[in-house]
Design a protein around this ligand. Structure first.
Ligand code: GLC
Length: 688
C-alpha cells in the first residue's frame, strides 16, 4: 500500500475499529481456524466481532503454522477492512534452534554471531508464522540479583548497543520485525527485585541506559517496548519525556511503542490511574501505540474519544503506526507467511542452524580458572557428576520454542565421543562436576536476594575435592553467581551459562581441547552480594581507595575488587599485546584508529578479545573511571602475531548532559588496552 492508501484506510475506520487495531490479545483466545472467542475471551466480555477487529495476536502457544495461517486468514477475511493481524512472539535467543542466552552471547564480543542468530531465528520464526519478535533486549544490566540479566548482552552500553544492533540486522534480514526492550532502565529495579521501582537521573539515562536503544533504532528496529520502570516517578508506559521527547522529538523515530504485558492496566497498581479508562488515557496521551494484553484500549478508547479525553489525532497517530508496520512487512498483500507444518519442521531443524548455535556456544563459554587440568586428555578416566550431568534443561529462560528432548546431555555427548572413559569417582583421574542454577531460576520474575552457588552443591563440591582428585566445575547459570567459596574447591571452572540446543557438544569440545575457550565476561562477578552493583564503568568519586586507611573508599569486611572483572576470560594458550599506536586522532567525521600487535605466546592455537577502554582527562564532569570503547576478536596460531586495528567512534567517548546533548569535549583521552577491564597491557593518549 502507498502512504496515501494507508491514510485513506485510516480515515475509513471507525473509532472502535481503531481502538481494536491498537490492541494485542492472546492467540489462544482464537481457537482452531476461526477467531471465535473461547475460554478467557468469554470472561473478557469480548464479542467475536471485537476479536476479529484486534490488530495483533501475541503467540502464547507452541508454533503451528497451519493453525496460525487459518486464524490469520479468518480474521483478515472477516475484518470489515480486511486488515490482517500481526503475530508476535518472544524469540529472544533463537526459535526452535536455541542459542546461548544473550548474556553468554555477549561474552563472544562478536556482532557477527548476534547477527547470524537474528537471521536464523527470523528464518525459523517466519516458518512458524510469526511476523514480529520481542527482541533484542538491550537493557544495560549491573545487578545479578535481577533474574533478567540473562536476557541482556551485559553491563557495557557499548557492547549492548553493538550486539543489539547486530541482532536487529539479523532479524530484519530474516524478514521479521524487531522490538528493542525494555525502554528504558528496567535493570534499575530496586535491589535487583523484578518489577520493583527504581529511578535514575535523566543524565544517567542519556549516558548509560538509552544509547543501546538508539543504536537498535538506528539499525531499523521497528518497535520499542516501554519498561516496567519509571523516570522522574512517571512510569515509562505513560511517560511523555521518554515516548515523545526522546523517541520522537530527539531521535525522530517512528518505531511503534508496544506496551509490556498488561502494563497499561498496571498503572492502577502504581496508584496513578483510578481505573482502566484513566490508564488508557494516560498511556495513549503519552505516546504508547499498542496495548499488550490489558484490553484497556479495546474497551475504553472509544468512550475517551467520545468525551474528548483523547483526540482523534492521538488515536490516529497510534493506529497509523500499526498500519505502517503491517505495510512495511507486506501483510496487506501477504499476511500468511507459512502455510504448512512440513516446511515449519524442515526449516526449524536444519543442520546449518544447529552448527551456527554450536559455534555460538563454543565462543560464549568462559574459562574462569584452570590450573592445567584442562584440556582433558584422550584415554583419561573421568567421573561426570552433578545436577546437570544428565540434564536436557540447558536452553535457558525465554526459549519458548526450544524442545528439551532435542538437547543432548553432557553424558551422552562424552559417551558418543568415546575418547575418554566415563567412570566413578574412585576410578577417575579427573572429576567433572556439572552444576549451578536450574534454567527456571533466571528470567522474568526470578530475582534472588542471594545469588550464590547452591549450598548443597557446594557441599557436594567439597566432598569431591576431598577425594584429592582434580575437580573441574562446569557451571550453569543465568546470572553472575557469588563463587567466592566455590573457587578454592576447584582446579578449573568453565562457565557454560545456559549454552542452548548444542551446549553439550560445545562443552565436550572445549573440555577436550578440540576448541580453545575464548569467551570474555560480559558482566562482572562480585565477591559478595554487598558489593552489588559493581561494574567496570562505575563513576569516579571524591575519595579513593587508600589501602584501607580511615576516611578512604573501603569496606571494613570486603575487598573493593570483583571476583572476576568484566572482560575476563582464560584460554589454553596465552596472549600478549605490544606496539600500540594511535594511527588517527578522533574527528567529528572520522573515528580514531589505534593499532596493536597481538601475539599468541603459548603452544596452542586460540582466539582472544582485545579490549580498549577509554577515559577523558580533566573534563568538568564526572565520568566512568573507564568504559569499554572498542574491541576486536583475533584468532592466532601458536607463536603467531597479528596487528589488530581498533576504531573508536565518537559516540563511544561522548558524554551527555541532562537534555541529552553531547557535551563539547576536547582534550586528551587515556586509552588502556588489555584482555579484560583491569589489566592495562598498553596505555595510549588520544588527542580529541
Ligand atoms: C513479559 C516481558 C517482555 C515480553 C512480554 C511478552 O512480561 O516483560 O519482555 O516480551 O511480556 O511475553
Amino acid at each position: 500500500m502507498t502512504e496515501k492508501q494507508l491514510l485513506e484506510l485510516l480515515a475509513s475506520m471507525s473509532a472502535e475499529e481503531k481502538a481494536a487495531q491498537i490492541s494485542q490479545i492472546p492467540l489462544s483466545m482464537c481457537a482452531g481456524g476461526f477467531a471465535e472467542p473461547t475460554g478467557p475471551m468469554v470472561e473478557q466480555q469480548l464479542t467475536p466481532e471485537q476479536v476479529v477487529l484486534c490488530g495483533s495476536l501475541i503467540c502464547d502457544q507452541m508454533p503451528d503454522a497451519e493453525k496460525f495461517a487459518g486464524i490469520v486468514r479468518d480474521m483478515t477475511e472477516r475484518h470489515p477492512h480486511h486488515i490482517p493481524p500481526i503475530l508476535m512472539r518472544d524469540v529472544i535467543h533463537g526459535c526452535r534452534t536455541v542459542y546461548p542466552i544473550p548474556l553468554a552471547l555477549g561474552c563472544t564480543f562478536e556482532e557477527s554471531l548476534a547477527e547470524e542468530m537474528g537471521a536464523i531465528s527470523a528464518e525459523e520464526a517466519v516458518a512458524c508464522g510469526y511476523h514480529a519478535t520481542f527482541a533484542p533486549m538491550v537493557d544495560v544490566v549491573r545487578d545479578p540479583r535481577w533474574g533478567r540479566v540473562m536476557e541482556s548482552p551485559g553491563e557495557s552500553p557499548a557492547l549492548c548497543g553493538q550486539m543489539g544492533a547486530a541482532m536487529v540486522r539479523g532479524l530484519r534480514k530474516g524478514g521479521v520485525a524487531a522490538c528493542a526492550k525494555h525502554f528504558a532502565g528496567y535493570g534499575l529495579c530496586g535491589s535487583g527485585l523484578d518489577y520493583a521501582p527504581g529511578d535514575v537521573s535523566r543524565t544517567e539515562m542519556y549516558n548509560t541506559y538509552l544509547p543501546p536503544f538508539k543504536e537498535a533504532l538506528d539499525e531499523g528496529c521497528e518497535m520499542v517496548m516501554p519498561a516496567f520502570m519509571m523516570v522522574d516517578r512517571i512510569p515509562c508506559i505513560c511517560n511523555p519525556w521518554l515516548l515523545k521527547e526522546v523517541l520522537r522529538n530527539q531521535w525522530h523515530s517512528d518505531a511503534m511503542a508496544i506496551s509490556d504485558y498488561d502494563d497499561i492496566r498496571q498503572l492502577m497498581y502504581h496508584g496513578i490511574a483510578g481505573d482502566k479508562r484513566e490508564a488508557a488515557r494516560l498511556a495513549l496521551s503519552a505516546g504508547a501505540d499498542m496495548d499488550m494484553m490489558s484490553f484497556a484500549y479495546l474497551r475504553h478508547v472509544p468512550e475517551l474519544l467520545e468525551d474528548g479525553s483523547i483526540s482523534m489525532e492521538q488515536l490516529d497517530e497510534a493506529c497509523l503506526r500499526v498500519l505502517r508496520l503491517k505495510n512495511k512487512l507486506g501483510l496487506f498483500e501477504n499476511p500468511v507467511w507459512c502455510v504448512d507444518n512440513a516446511r515449519q519442521e524442515e526449516t526449524c531443524t536444519r543442520q546449518a542452524h544447529r552448527s551456527s548455535a554450536l559455534e555460538a556456544a563454543l565462543r560464549s563459554c568462559v574459562l574462569m580458572k584452570n590450573d592445567g587440568v584442562l584440556p582433558l586428555k584422550p584415554g583419561m578416566k573421568v567421573a561426570l557428576e552433578g545436577s546437570h550431568a544428565d540434564s536436557r534443561n540447558l536452553l535457558g529462560s525465554w526459549s519458548l520454542d526450544g524442545l528439551a528432548q532435542e538437547v543432548q546431555t553432557l553424558r551422552e555427548s562424552f559417551a558418543a565421543d568415546g575418547r575418554i572413559t566415563l567412570t566413578d569417582t574412585e576410578e577417575a583421574d579427573v572429576i567433572l562436576f556439572a552444576a549451578g542454577e536450574e534454567q527456571e531460576e533466571s528470567g522474568e520474575g526470578t530475582s534472588k536476594a542471594n545469588p550464590v552457588f547452591p549450598e548443597e552443591q557446594l557441599q557436594q563440591l567439597r566432598q569431591l575435592q576431598a577425594t584429592g582428585k582434580p575437580v573441574v566445575l562446569i557451571l550453569f547459570c543465568g546470572r553472575p553467581l557469588i563463587l567466592t567459596d566455590v573457587l578454592p574447591c576447584t582446579n578449573a571452572l568453565m562457565n557454560a551459562w545456559f549454552p542452548g540446543t548444542m551446549g553439550a557438544d560445545a562443552l565436550r569440545m572445549l573440555l577436550m581441547g578440540d576448541r580453545n575457550p575464548s569467551g570474555h565476561l560480559s558482566m562482572t562477578f562480585p565477591r559478595s552480594v554487598g558489593q552489588i552493583p559493581i561494574h567496570h564503568d562505575q563513576l569516579t568519586t571524591s575519595r579513593l581507595y587508600n589501602g584501607g586507611a580511615p576516611y578512604s573508599l573501603r569496606y571494613l569486611d570486603e575487598d573493593l575488587s570483583p571476583l572476576f572483572p568484566f572482560g575476563f576470560g582464560l584460554s589454553y594458550t596465552s596472549f600478549a599485546l605490544s606496539g600500540a599506536k594511535v594511527q588517527q586522532p578522533l574527528s567529528e567525521e572520522e573515528p580514531a584508529v589505534v593499532t596493536v600487535d597481538v601475539s599468541n605466546t603459548g603452544s596452542l592455537p586460540g582466539e582472544t578479545v582485545v579490549q580498549l577502554y577509554a577515559r577523558w582527562k580533566d573534563i568538568p564532569v564526572v565520568q566512568p573511571k573507564k568504559r569499554l570503547a572498542a574491541w576486536a576478536r583475533v584468532a592466532l596460531e601458536a607463536g603467531e602475531t597479528k596487528t589488530v586495528t581498533l576504531k573508536i567512534f565518537k559516540k563511544r567517548l561522548d558524554l551527555y548532559d541532562q537534555q541529552g546533548n553531547a557535551r563539547a569535549l576536547q582534550g586528551k583521552c587515556r586509552l588502556t588496552l588489555g584482555f579484560d577491564s583491569t589489566t592495562a597491557a598498553e596505555v595510549l593518549c588520544l588527542d580529541c
